[in-house]
Design a protein around this ligand. Sequence first.
Ligand SMILES: C[S@@+](CC[C@H](N)C(=O)[O-])C[C@H]1O[C@@H](n2cnc3c(N)ncnc32)[C@H](O)[C@@H]1O
Length: 315
Amino acid sequence: MAPDGPFSVTPAGRVSPRRRGRSQMAVAVPERLVCRILVAVADDWGEDATRRAKADLISTSVPSAARVVDYLNGGQNNFEADRKAARTLAVSAPVTVAIAPAVRAFQQRVLRFLVTEAGIRQFLDIGAGLPLVGSTHEVTQSLVPECRITYVDNDPMVLSHARALMKSAPGGAVGYVDAEISETDAIVTGVRSILDFSQPVAVMLLFTLSYVQDAAEAAAVVSSLAAAVPSGSYFAIYHLASDLDVTMEEAARQWNKMMPTQAITLRSRAQVAALMAGLDPVPPGLAPINEWRPAPDDPRSDFSLPVHGMVARRP
Ligand SMILES: C[S@@+](CC[C@H](N)C(=O)[O-])C[C@H]1O[C@@H](n2cnc3c(N)ncnc32)[C@H](O)[C@@H]1O
């Protein structure tokens, strides 16, 4: 096992622990502020060639999915191009605005189920997005600090934030793998230094299968990950729906025009179910995300949101 705490793992399997020494500020400022400053300056940027190289790929004038979602969730890590893209999506499909908080609420309910009912302590979150309050490590480690989480994403902006913001609770671990969703072998190799595949793992594919256009390829992502994790592991997914709201088609068309390198595919209930073939659905099975074990405190919606969600157990 690699040392606990935030660190980056490349598909090649290189693990770079966060530098323990941090710059000290010789100024009299309140304790709380010192902590925030130290978090901000604690960095090993100069040591990480992968991150430096990928940072050159960040474009602030072209929207990115991670930053658009960050904006829709009230985050701070977005630029005008992302905000404009989010507004365009909201005009094409006003339901977009309701989807963002409902997705967060679904994720929280799913994580609570996985930790408290299914007893899962290891999480592989593929398509992590930018860190937001209520990220996978925050929710799971607030319930059981020893939880171990590895995030995967291919966006250079997410990579640049991953190490600074994803801080593990003592006794647990948070890691990051820079990889494509379809590179399942590289993902499995990369996360092995953090996750113990002899124990159950929850594989989170929240939104991310929507990026895999070819149905056979999307099914292969699920089946190859299912082959890598032991019996008793879980899969949690949500997928944008083609069959619940007619405006989603235009929103997807606009998305693909604005973010062609992150083009998405909508799928029907039957098509999403087919991707999860061979796994045992946890009740209520595949459902619109706001109808999957709704909780009283969740954002209210009087109709089925056009996002299919599911948790399933690997037999
Ligand atoms: C819409 S965000 C969703 C973030 C989070 N999972 C959630 O549900 O709120 C999708 C994330 O998937 C990442 N992503 C897009 N294409 C990907 C790919 N081919 N491989 C890995 N990650 C990808 C994006 O960079 C982005 O951070």
